[in-house]
Structure formats: structure tokens, C-alpha cells
Unconditional design. Structure first.
Length: 370
């Protein structure tokens, strides 16, 4: 889509009501206006602000549950006026003078996180905790994101990965966020081939987590999900995976594990009931990895948990394995394309959000053509 209309001098955008000259190129964007309100508006096309930046022409974007959390005010650090969206792929249009790993014309994935690659945390792979002011989850939260025709990516050498020639944009679309999350969660969960692994939640992140857990070849994988459409999706695409509804999950896990509970639990649903289910379904001395983002604080009833000696792992995704997951996609070992159930043009993104938020028509992920 090419929207290059000139702006009136006095037209305003975003919280600060900035004015832009008639000479600036504009683009179509989906913007966080205020709590509960996203709006499809034109904004200036981004420009390089730093020698380590890149400008990417977005070809495909996607909608994430985290975008909904921003919309409903559950992400306090989100800045009104920013363009939302942190899942995208595209073509590099322009790079700063210090960018060496990508060049104009390269097809790339965009990492959900921006990270400098040089601070204490980045050097240890904890890129979510990058100490730079733009570090961590910035795109589509604190700075303009990718539900737009173009996006500026800080630290482009770290945040962009070249898409292999035989991998399509649709195959690569989920690499920078939900697949990165699933891969990170699997990595920190220390899964072995003797384990029974319980995954709570079969939304997009839950399924991406499942795909990554399958790479570890555990003895059993159980997926707990309340949505019948998503249960059918799991049964159809991954027939060796056991599925169960939340009402009978605890008993089912005990019956289908070797030590009275799951060896590893990954909580990807994000509800109060599923947070409790995670530690209740774990065997003593198990690992419980909290992947989900919650709308409100959760409680650990420590007196009730005494003696289980659980290890909890939490935090934001350290999305520094995108090159590896692209390689796995190219080798046919990961396939996220079946998760993309619907496609909309950017001009109809409000319809796409309505579909996604209300979980209509069996939606799992929506691709947005920019």
C-alpha cells in the first residue's frame, strides 16, 4: 500500500500534537491514542536518528496479545502516541553508517527487543535487560513499532536478522516475538528426554512454545487449553501431544506422569487460575516457567506450597536466538505458518483487531499486509 499524501501544516499527531511540514512523506499507521483507543492515522515516514539505526519497509506485521494489553492499559510503560506492533518482517530500505550486518534490499525479521549488544546484560544473553534507554521491549511500546508501512529499528545489527532465501515472509513472521518467546522459555526450562512437560495455554505463544519443546523430545507433552477450537488445532497438527481441559488437568497430569506431577510446567495462559494450576500440577522439585503476561499481580500462597521445593523462572523474553530459529525453519524443523489463520490489509487492521481480540472464526494469528 502506498499512502504518500502531503499533510496540512497544522495537522497534529500523537500525544504531543507535533506539527509536520508539507514536505514530509507520510505513511499509514495504527497508533495508540489513549487507553482503550487505537486509531488508523497517517504519520511521517521515519528517518534515521542514529548511526546504528535502520529503516525497514514492513511487508507483513502481526497482532499480539501484548498489543491488547497496551490497549487496555496493562502496560504502564507504553507511551500514548506511539505506533503499535512489534511482530513484523520487511525489507531494509536504509541503514546508518555504523550498520554492517544488513544492507538495503535484505529481507529481515525484526526482533521484539532492541539491545545494544555491549552492556553487562547483553554480553550474557540477557538482552531483555539491556541498559540502553531503548533497550528491552521498546518497539511498539515506548517507540514507534511496525503496524505501519515503515519502521525505524535501533541497534539494527542486533535487532534484524536476514531471512534465508527459501523461507517466505509468512514462515518468518513470528520469529521476532512469539517464536522467540517459546524458544527462550524452552531453553531456560532445562527439559530432558525423561520429562513430562505441561504447557498451559494453546494460544499463539503457547503453540510456539510447544513447537520448541518438541525439539527437546521429552517423554510426554501435555497441553491444557479451554478453547475447543484450539484443542482441535493441536490434535490435528500435533497428534502425539496429549490435550486436556482445565477442569480435569490436575488429575490428568498425575495419571500421565511418572512422579505425581509434571517435571516441567510452562504457564503461557496468563490467568489467575492458570498461574495457580501451574504450581499445583508440578511435581516436587519441578521447574515452573512463567511465560505469560498478567493483567494484575499474582500471589504465591507459600504456606500451601511448603515442601514442594519448586524452581520458578520468570521474566521477559531474551530474544537473542532469532538466527537459530530462522535456521530451524529453513531446515523444516519448525513451522509456524499454520498459526496464521487470517490475513488483512493494513487499511482494515481495525477489523483484524476485532477478530483477534474476540477470538472469532477460529483465529490464532492474523497477518497484516503493509
Amino acid at each position: 500500500m502506498e499512502n504518500r499524501r502531503r499533510l496540512d501544516t497544522n495537522r497534529k499527531f500523537g500525544k504531543n500534537g507535533s506539527n509536520y511540514s508539507k514536505e514530509e512523506q507520510t505513511m499509514l499507521t495504527y497508533t495508540y491514542v489513549s487507553k482503550g483507543k487505537f486509531e488508523l492515522i497517517e504519520k511521517p515516514k521515519p528517518v534515521l536518528l542514529h548511526e546504528r539505526d535502520a529503516i525497514v519497509k514492513v511487508t507483513l506485521a502481526s497482532i499480539c496479545s501484548s498489543d491488547l494489553h497496551i490497549k487496555h492499559g496493562s502496560v504502564p510503560r507504553a507511551v500514548p502516541g506511539i505506533i503499535v506492533g512489534h511482530e513484523m518482517v520487511g525489507i531494509v530500505e536504509e541503514v546508518g553508517s555504523a550498520v554492517t550486518h544488513v544492507k538495503p534490499g535484505d529481507r529481515v525479521t525484526v526482533n521484539v527487543e532492541t539491545f545494544c549488544g555491549e552492556c553487562f546484560f547483553c554480553k550474557r544473553g540477557f538482552v531483555n535487560n539491556c541498559t540502553d534507554e531503548n533497550g528491552g521491549w521498546a518497539l511498539g511500546c515506548r517507540i514507534d513499532g511496525g503496524q505501519a508501512e515503515y519502521v525505524r529499528v535501533p541497534f539494527a545489527d542486533q535487532g534484524l536478522n536476514k531471512i534465508p532465501e527459501l523461507v517466505t515472509d509468512r514462515q518468518a513472521l513470528l520469529v521476532g516475538d512469539v517464536l522467540a518467546t517459546g524458544y527462550w522459555a524452552t531453553r531456560i526450562s532445562e527439559i530432558t528426554e525423561d520429562d513430562t512437560v505441561l504447557i498451559i495455554g494453546a494460544g499463539p505463544t503457547g503453540i510456539c512454545t510447544l513447537l520448541c519443546v518438541m525439539l527437546k523430545n521429552p517423554k510426554r507433552i501435555i497441553v491444557c487449553e479451554k478453547d475447543e477450537n484450539r484443542i482441535r488445532f493441536i490434535n490435528e497438527h500435533y497428534p502425539d501431544v496429549l490435550t486436556v481441559s482445565p477442569e480435569v488437568c490436575a488429575d490428568f497430569v498425575r495419571e500421565n506422569s511418572d512422579h505425581g506431577g509434571a517435571d516441567v510446567v510452562l504457564e503461557v495462559a496468563g490467568a489467575e487460575s492458570t498461574f495457580r494450576m501451574a504450581w499445583e500440577c508440578a511435581r516436587p522439585n519441578a521447574i515452573v516457567t512463567v511465560v505469560a503476561l498478567y493483567d494484575k499481580a499474582q500471589e504465591l500462597p507459600l504456606p500451601n506450597m511448603y515442601g514442594k521445593n519448586l524452581t520458578f523462572k520468570t521474566g521477559g523474553v531474551d530474544g537473542c536466538d532469532c538466527e537459530e530459529t530462522l535456521k530451524l525453519i529453513a531446515e523444516g524443523k519448525i513451522n509456524t505458518e499454520p498459526l496464521i489463520t487470517h490475513t488483512y490489509p493494513l487499511s482494515r487492521i481495525e477489523e483484524a483487531y476485532n477478530l483477534f481480540e474476540n477470538k472469532r472464526d477460529g483465529v490464532i494469528k492474523v497477518a497484516v499486509e503493509c
